[in-house]
Design a protein around this ligand. Structure first.
Ligand code: AP5
Length: 218
């Protein structure tokens, strides 16, 4: 009998390095990178109905309503199918989302194997997010000091334009942190009880954080 592909959740506060580490993990394993933040930003850029709704929340550092995000994730999982493992980045972010994901996993031939929580303190997070730049075309992540592109403003990989996210302004970052501690951090207990949780020290160099993650999931 064929074994089920393994799914992974990468968890952490805003700016913990979830996107950065997702790049590494999906290079290492054949996983689909499902980032709810990337999907919502794409919808916002295209001006879809979902995008218009999402923008009101993302620009102010609040969470997009659960029913909207859960529907996006369910549709994406159907599209991916059960032959391929998924790396969830930025989902689930509330207990209701975690319960919805449990149902999808239990009902649909999937296997959630690990929840990796990246731990970083608030001071580092603010420095990271204020200096972050992203590629408009391929979503590659840079930092103006820690990980600058070879040519300022241009993506090394695809030549796309780099931009600063709307929610990476200091006042929105503060709101995102408040939202994280109030609504998202409690989700950790859900996975702790299921004995799926692994914590890594996110304050180290990205390569070291990556090595810690790989050591935990292989
Ligand atoms: P989302 O895009 O998911 O944002 P986030 O969770 O706030 O996380 P970030 O993307 O800001 O950070 P990251 O942890 O990926 O860090 P990164 O690798 O980029 O969500 C955005 C918004 O969408 C939310 O606020 C919400 O409104 C909405 N949303 C999304 N999902 C939702 C959901 N499930 N439910 C409801 N609403 C939802 O790194 C950050 C910076 O640090 C980069 O510059 C990077 O180069 C640098 N860096 C990374 N690692 C290191 C390191 N080890 N050392 C030094 N610098 C580092």
């Amino acid at each position: 009998m064929k074994s089920k592909p393994n799914d992974i959740i990468i968890f952490g506060p805003p700016g913990a390095g979830k996107g950065t580490q997702s790049e590494l993990i999906t290079r290492e394993f054949d996983l689909f990178h499902l980032s709810t933040g990337d999907i919502l930003r794409e919808a916002i850029a295209k001006g879809t109905e979902t995008g218009k709704l999402a923008k009101q929340y993302t620009d102010s550092g609040r969470l997009v309503p659960d029913d909207v995000v859960v529907r996006i994730v369910e549709e994406k999982i159907k599209e991916i199918g059960d032959e391929r493992g998924v790396l969830f980045d930025g989902f689930p972010r509330t207990l209701a989302q975690a319960q919805a994901l449990d149902e999808v996993i239990e009902g649909g031939g999937r296997n959630l194997k690990w929840v990796i929580s990246i731990v970083v303190d608030d001071e580092d997070i603010i420095k990271r997010l204020e200096g972050r730049r992203m590629c408009r075309q391929c979503n590659r992540i840079y930092h103006i000091i820690a990980n600058p592109p070879k040519t300022e403003g241009i993506c090394d990989v695809c030549g796309g334009e780099l931009y600063q996210r709307n929610d990476d302004r200091r006042e929105v970052i503060q709101e995102r942190l408040k939202t994280y501690y109030a609504q998202t951090q409690p989700v950790l207990d859900h996975y702790r009880k299921k004995e799926l949780l692994k914590e890594v020290d996110g304050a180290k160099h990205p390569k070291e954080v990556g090595s810690q993650i790989l050591a935990n999931i292989t």
